[in-house]
Ligand binder design. Sequence first.
Ligand code: KG4
Ligand code: ZN
Length: 313
Amino acid sequence: MAVVEDGRRVLVNLVFSQERAHAPFGGVVPELAARAHLEKLPGLVRAALSQAGARGEDVDSLAVTRGPGLVGCRLVGVGLAQGLGAAWGRPVTGVSHLWGHVYAAMLARPDLEPPLLALVVSGAHSDLVRMPAHGEFEVVGRTRDDAAGEAFDKAARTLGLGYPGGPVLDREARRGDWRRQPLPVPALPGLEYSFSGLKTALLYRVRDLGGSAALGEQARADLAAAFERSVVESLLEKLGRALDEWPASEVVLCGGVAANTLLRERAQAALAGRARLTIPPLALCTDNAAMIAAAASHTPPGGDLEADPSLSW
Ligand code: KG4
Ligand code: ZN
């Protein structure tokens, strides 16, 4: 739940993490996620307003994620936004979650304007996107199988690192050296990503080493580092290629996976001298409400609020 001014200035940005609720199951349980939205959102509305020093009536408009995402959570969010909109007499805009990830970069850098090229890497997407103008997006590359975040989550499970996979694998990789357990770097032609072969390569390597329980501390860290390196190199190789094909002076790297330590470091180096790179701070990379408010200021008002499972960009 966030309060944002003029689409570019974050006044309050609250995130209730459900990690603890889902950890025992090793992944997100949709039913639990929807229930937690129902339980937590009203309190978060009160907290956000109070921290912003505002009343509901001070809010000019409301923005809510309309998709893509879990249908139960979307229904709760949209229902709440419509209720508040009716009570306060304010319009409600349904926003694409993916637009939100790109607009997070404009919260980080209020002077940033399209045209730009973005790499959006989250739990469900690895999309290379051209943004010629506000509210216009053209996907020029995507994954043919797993998204980068999904690949990190599964690799963490294969290595016995637990949940949430991306952040734990990142921490583990900091103690490792990829050269001791090198894994292949996916190399499809064109601008398409694929992480399923890499995932299988990791699975076989762990099996050859006697299974995840038999892995020594160092081998586990080395494998985490190798997996991370292969994903990051593949992500950046295609980003470079996309930039060759669609030159842009501004590049945005965003989505939950953009919180990854190696990706952040390597992206700076990979793009040096080619384009100006903007990576939102960690709290604006992973899912948050401020980015939805930022995207709403460039989304046609009213917007369809129906939950649409096929909604993408
Ligand atoms: O954008 P996001 O918060 O939610 C979705 O829209 O999916 O992205 C979540 C994804 C998860 O797969 C998570 O494991 C990954 O981002 N992630 C990371 C890191 N932090 C979050 N992956 C690698 N390294 C991280 N530090
Ligand atoms: Zn997301």
